[in-house]
Design a protein around this ligand. Structure first.
Ligand code: ASP
Length: 335
């Protein structure tokens, strides 16, 4: 009898060890978002402005999490969160995007499905209301991964997406930054460029009840970007990456550096091949590699077991997380 009990206990122990090894089995539903990294030091915003950012971040978290909670997919969750931030004029994505050097808004976005590594991306669109929806259409309804400019817009028409007049994206705040940027450029004074000259962007990651990860990123790019410039946000492996075997990442910051360092893929490769936690990989890539290279910005990272990181080397990053363990946090500035 004692032997049987011992054997039973041993098999129970090994079953629970197995369950712990396979620690994705009970991974908490999770959504992580960012609204851009940059020169966000305390005092940068008034209390009212801070409250508006926090409210919008919470709204995006709630919208995405509600989908996860009702059994929806991580792709649907991130799309809902990103659409909300694209529609909010306070972020540099969709309405509220920054201006190119020619005074236009040209939008980039990408999305990736961690369950099969399908991906979709679009660059330089000027009249599609929600670029993230178009990126998803590219992923799900074309044989390609990326469309640019007129081609992307033609595809959007074929897919019946919502169009707006380019003026829709215009906001007074971004226009003033653009004009100040042009003026500073004329005087060759980098130091007098407006504080929100660079950065912005929105991104989201989610882990659903089936254990699937997804990542998405959407941006207006960088103020004063030149003719046809495309940043990292629509580049799979730089601005966005997702794979259930490693992690999901969305980036924000000086895109040229994120592209040259393939930041999003590097983080997930360190997790996949190097056995690092998402936090260790994010710390290494942002605080060693990106920083040593002279770039700045940040990332959000989510692993298949629900571990997450929100890491940046800029003064701040709009960010937030909500999960099944009861965490709901949003923040703007550094620790
Ligand atoms: N990474 C974006 C770009 O370079 C900008 C940003 O994140 O704010 O286009």
């Amino acid at each position: 009898m004692r032997k049987i009990l011992l054997a039973l206990t041993a098999s129970l122990i090994s079953a629970s060890a197995l369950a712990q090894d396979d620690n994705t089995a009970n991974a908490p539903l999770t959504i992580v978002i960012h609204g851009g990294a940059g020169a966000l030091a305390p005092g940068r915003y008034t209390a009212d402005e801070e409250a508006a950012f926090q409210a919008k971040l919470n709204e995006a978290l709630d919208a995405g999490y509600a989908i996860l909670e009702s059994g929806g997919s991580s792709l649907d969750a991130i799309e809902a969160a990103i659409v909300l931030m694209e529609d909010a004029p306070i972020f540099n994505a969709g309405k509220g995007s920054v201006f190119t050097r020619d005074g236009k808004n040209e939008l980039d976005a990408s999305i990736m499905d961690g369950s099969n590594r399908n991906a979709g991306a679009i660059a330089g669109v000027t009249n599609v209301k929600n670029p993230i929806k178009l990126a998803r259409e590219v992923m799900e309804n074309s044989v390609h991964v990326m469309f640019a400019r007129e081609g992307a817009e033609k595809f959007a028409k074929e897919r019946g997406l919502e169009f707006v007049k380019p003026k829709y994206f215009h906001t007074e705040k971004r226009w003033n930054s653009y004009k100040a940027g042009l003026e500073a450029e004329k005087q060759n004074k980098e130091s007098s460029l407006p504080i929100d000259y660079k950065w912005g962007t929105v991104g989201a990651l989610a882990l659903d009840a089936n254990g699937n990860l997804a990542a998405g990123t959407s941006t207006g790019g960088m103020t004063l970007k030149r003719y046809g410039r495309v940043g990292d946000a629509p580049i799979i492996g730089a601005g966005t990456f997702a794979d259930n075997n490693s992690c999901a990442v969305s980036s924000t910051g000086h895109g040229e550096y994120f592209m040259r360092l393939t930041i999003a893929r590097d983080i997930c490769a360190q997790v996949e091949y190097g056995g690092k936690t998402v936090d260790e990989a994010a710390q290494d890539v942002i605080h060693n590699r990106l920083e040593n290279f002279g770039g700045d910005g940040g990332v959000i990272v989510l692993g298949p077991n629900g571990d997450y990181a929100m890491t940046f080397n800029s003064a701040g990053m709009f960010r937030g997380v909500k999960n099944q363990a009861g965490v709901q946090e949003v923040a703007i500035y550094g620790e």
